[in-house]
Write a protein that binds this ligand. Structure first.
Ligand code: EPU
Length: 292
């Protein structure tokens, strides 16, 4: 039947992914779709499964580097309103997987619900944040999650209860194709106090990390007991450049893409950082961001 038949309105071919990622680099996706609702999403995923088309979910692209050659198969984005709903019922916050994490946090704060305000400044979608258990020194998102609705690669919609949820450092048991929705059990607090806390956390984040640049958050995970940023800085690599890719002067675990940068430049800089940190400190750095 072919992949686009019946999905002409939502599937695009050879979609450039630059504008969908924070790095603004890389080649096109063979197929790209933004379904209107869950039924359409499920139908599309089932079709991809039947046709043997590899399928990936893209959030807001804040933790991803797309290779220059692009990628085969289908990239789906949960961008339409049906996937971005945020609801509050008592102390329970329910958020669509495609909603911005920042919006979920500010809604909670506005409603006088505490817990997520330490995460302000982390970009991306709720789904992406939960899948990778986004965190700061103040806590992680997983500790507040009580349930989720997920979609598998075969097109099944499943409920995950609190007992199914396991979170670790930048990882979770939510490893299906997509998180459609998740619930969080938060704590009642004074909205004014929470708003102040939010502002304080935002200022700290802005002063410590290169926000507003073309980058993708921390490049490497922190090795057990140490900080990748501190190691890279200690190896004297701040400001190191390959082509248009530079190690941030503000925080060494960030790579900034300047004008004329390619994904290959970033990949070569990542290799150089890994080799230097390994040779000088004997520590193997592991990637945090994903390479597509
Ligand atoms: N440091 C340096 N040089 C640098 C950067 C950091 O010496 O260039 C030192 C700092 O002075 C500090 C230590 O390293 O003593 C730790 O730095 P920081 O507080 O910035 O925390 P981090 O361990 O580098 C982690 C997360 C960040 C998160 C911050 C704040 C990882 C890989 N990174 O960074 O998460 O925002 O804590 O809570 O776990 C991300 O995951 O994308 C991310 C940005």
């Amino acid at each position: 039947m072919g992949l686009t038949t019946g999905f002409e309105k939502i599937v695009r071919q050879d979609e450039p992914l630059q504008m969908h990622t924070w790095f603004q680099l890389g080649g096109p996706a063979e197929y790209f779709a933004e379904p209107e609702n869950t039924d359409q999403l499920v139908e599309l995923v089932c079709r991809c499964h039947e046709e043997g088309v590899p399928t990936r979910l893209l959030g807001r692209g804040s933790n991803i580097l797309v290779r220059d050659e692009g990628l085969p198969g289908m990239v789906i984005r949960l961008f339409k309103p049906a996937f971005c709903d945020i609801r509050v019922d008592g102390c329970v916050l329910t958020v669509g997987g495609g909603a911005k994490l920042g919006r979920a946090i500010t809604t909670a704060v506005h409603e006088g619900l505490a817990g997520l305000e330490t995460l302000i400044g982390i970009p991306g979608t709720l789904g992406g944040a939960l899948h990778g258990n986004a965190a700061t020194h103040g806590g992680d998102i997983g500790q507040w999650a009580t349930g989720a609705t997920v979609l598998t690669l075969t097109g099944e919609v499943l409920q995950r209860t609190h007992d199914d949820l396991v979170f670790g450092y930048r990882q979770s048991s939510l490893n299906e194709l997509a998180i459609l929705e998740a619930t969080f059990d938060l704590e009642e607090d004074d909205p004014k106090e929470l708003a102040k806390q939010l502002q304080k956390n935002w200022i700290v984040k802005k002063s410590d990390q290169p926000m507003g640049h073309q980058c993708a958050g921390c490049v490497f995970k922190n090795p057990r007991g140490s900080s990748a940023g501190e190691l890279i800085d200690g190896a004297g690599l701040k400001g190191t450049r390959i082509g248009g890719a530079v190690v941030s002067d503000r925080h060494a675990n960030f790579v900034i893409a300047e004008s004329e940068c390619t994904s290959q430049d970033v990949l070569r800089l990542i290799d150089l950082i890994r080799t230097q940190v390994h040779d000088r400190m004997g520590i193997e750095l592991e990637l945090e961001m994903e390479i597509w």
